[in-house]
Write a protein that binds this ligand. Structure first.
Ligand code: XIL
Length: 384
């Protein structure tokens, strides 16, 4: 089974007004975070994951938030050393830079862009349109077509325009598909869809392209990798959506496969994933892995067993994905178990309350079997 953490049970405005970094800056200032870790093991003595990936023509990146970088300078150093690309984890979501319907506040976004640029790394923007993180004021925002259109225009022009030429790529629309709604097109019912119909997706991509013609524009989605009915419906909806967009001349350049995996899942099938990636590539699109991590929900508490299962899942997924030459970027959704969204997600967190061990480094930033699995997958990947 895949994780269907964004199931509609939470309603279309799930989590609005609350893009909480795992560590808020207030928490850090208040000393709520434990002592800084002294001299954590460097994840890599050799070239690091970024170097191993680059040797095969693959870009390895990580999500990182300002809260994480400030709470753990050691993590910031490792991210700077290991990753070849940075994705600000929350700073480009509406609650982070849209304090009001009129206003923008780019302090955290600018902080993360500076971080990337000082480390000479490209950045990806995540995300211009996402139903999953909307500020509280959004509820009072216009719901008619003209009002919604004006709001999207202003948002995308301002945000993508401000960073034009500095973003390697943008997740223009995040998670547009949700078969649970039983629409023929498989689209998720969001306030954007309600106001503008399916055309909101085309509109967002056209606006993003106008505002930043150099950025690669990505449609980003989860639940695309497993061999089950739910994921098959998501794949079909995404393929239909991409085909339609291309037929209408919409500037879409890539599909982002989030890659939130579950180590307990029994239904991974490399052939199914590879076939899907080939179908997307046949449309002339790139395929990126944009948010790789693995929940160990459903596995017994034993740590070595969990770590081994997470590593196996990562290796199986990456071996399949990287066998396809259209996959040239792998981004993990955080490097360390110390900061993970999965403990806060009702779909990804463990039922026994133990912290999820789903990233490459443990809470003390030491490499786990998962780190080595990713390193080995890069070493084994065919050359691009
Ligand atoms: C998560 C962040 O990691 C958390 O810090 C935040 O509280 C909620 O969002 N899919 C996505 C990401 O597209 O934006 C989500 O990030 C994780 C799931």
């Amino acid at each position: 089974m895949g994780i269907s953490r964004h199931g509609p049970r939470r309603g279309p405005l799930r989590g609005r007004g609350r893009v909480r970094g795992p560590v808020s800056r207030r928490g850090v200032l208040a000393g709520a975070v434990g002592p800084m870790l002294a001299g954590p093991a460097r994840a890599a003595q050799g070239p690091g994951l970024g170097g191993l990936a680059a040797a095969r023509g693959i870009v390895f990146g990580t999500a990182l938030t300002r809260g994480e970088a400030e709470a753990s300078p050691a993590l910031a150093r490792i991210a700077g050393a290991e990753a070849a690309l940075i994705v600000p984890g929350n700073e480009f979501k509406w609650p982070a830079h849209r304090p009001s319907a009129e206003g923008f506040d780019f302090r955290d976004a600018d902080f993360m862009m500076r971080f990337a640029e000082e480390h000479r790394k490209p950045a990806r923007g995540h995300a211009l349109v996402w139903h999953g993180a909307l500020p509280a004021w959004f509820e009072g925002a216009p719901r008619d077509a003209a009002g919604m259109r004006a709001m999207l225009e202003r948002h995308i022009r301002t945000v993508a325009g401000r960073y034009a030429g500095r973003m390697q790529s943008w997740d223009v629309v995040n998670e547009p598909v949700e078969p649970w709604y039983r629409r023929a097109d498989g689209l998720r019912e969001t306030p954007f869809l309600a106001a503008l119909g399916p055309g909101y997706i085309d509109l967002a991509f056209r606006l993003a392209h106008e505002a930043d013609p150099a950025a690669r524009l990505v449609l980003n989605e989860y639940g695309l990798e497993m061999a089950n009915e739910d994921n098959a419906a998501r794949r079909a909806a995404i393929l239909a959506l991409l085909r339609g967009m291309l037929a209408r001349g919409v500037p879409v350049h890539a599909l982002g496969i989030q890659g939130h995996l579950a180590a307990a899942a029994r239904d991974f099938d490399a052939g199914v994933l590879r076939r899907f990636i080939r179908e997307v590539a046949a449309l002339g699109l790139e395929v990126l892995v944009t948010e790789l991590d693995v929940t160990d929900r459903g596995l017994p508490p034993d740590i070595p067993a969990r770590d081994a299962a997470v590593a196996r899942m990562l290796r199986a997924f990456l071996d399949a994905a990287l066998a396809e030459p259209s996959v040239r970027m792998v981004v993990v959704w955080g490097l360390t178990d110390r900061f993970t969204w999965m403990n806060d997600s009702r779909y990804a967190r463990r039922e026994d309350g133990l912290p999820v061990r789903g990233h490459l480094l443990d809470e003390a930033l030491r490499p786990k079997p998962a780190w080595h699995a990713v390193a080995d997958a890069f070493r084994a990947a065919p050359q691009r």
